[in-house]
Write a protein of this length. Structure first.
Length: 229
């Protein structure tokens, strides 16, 4: 806010620099039109050329300087006089900067004219005579406090295998009856014996014969430890 206030004090014209650039651009377009009209002025006295010139332009715009409006609606929307308005303002010996909307500079200056004053330390604040505000009382919540942060819904979990489907994306079936949606506590079917229930056994790798791995067919470890009889 302070930097913008300093920038406002550096303005020398009636409007900001960016608005001044837009006005200069519109004035340049107006001057090009005047230069072109002055070049074709001797030929415009002919009716055919005037008709062709009207067809070349295509359409005309109405400018109301008192209402700050133009039929192209560019002045009404931006608040900056359009090229048609700049032409009309210069024709009436006016200044285009005076026709810029008030909220483009005066309102901007009024917004940033205030300064945020520094404050004294807390021990110098005025006393109100009321009890000081204290933070609310803290009550220890039951259970163990949580140390991990809350993760987002699209954030992968720890030790997550992208090639393995998680359990919460699959439908679980009870092994006793094969139905889904319940477990042993809610199953009405009689409990099958262990011989009928198919259980997955952990597959162990086959044992290797150590004698086949020894070179020259030497004796095994048991015979070498026992010694001669």
């Amino acid at each position: 806010m302070a930097s913008r206030k300093v920038a406002c004090d550096r303005w020398h014209g009636l409007v900001r620099s960016i608005i001044q650039h837009a006005l200069d651009k519109n004035n340049a377009a107006k001057q090009l039109r005047e230069a072109f009209n002055s070049c074709i002025l001797p030929a415009r006295i002919k009716p055919v050329l005037a008709m062709l010139e009207r067809i070349r332009i295509g359409r005309s715009f109405m400018v109301d300087l008192k209402a700050s409006a133009c039929s192209c609606n560019s002045w009404d929307i931006s608040g900056i006089p359009c090229p048609h308005a700049c032409y009309a303002i210069n024709w009436s010996n006016g200044n285009p900067e005076e026709y810029v909307h008030n909220w483009l500079k005066p309102a901007y200056v009024r917004t940033y004219k205030y300064v945020i004053s520094p404050m004294a330390s807390q021990d110098q604040w005025p006393k109100t005579g009321l009890p000081p505000l204290m933070p609310p009382l803290y009550y220890k919540q039951p259970g163990r406090p949580r140390n991990s942060r809350k993760k987002a819904h699209d954030e992968p979990k720890k030790n997550h295998n992208p090639h393995k489907l998680p359990r919460y994306h699959t439908t679980l079936h009870y092994n006793n009856c094969g139905a889904e949606g319940h477990n042993r506590l809610k199953c009405n079917e009689p409990l099958r014996t262990t011989s009928t229930v198919k259980t997955k056994k952990k597959q162990t790798p086959p044992k290797l014969d150590v004698r086949k791995l020894r070179p020259n067919g030497g004796p095994n470890r048991v015979q070498s430890e026992a010694g001669p009889s």
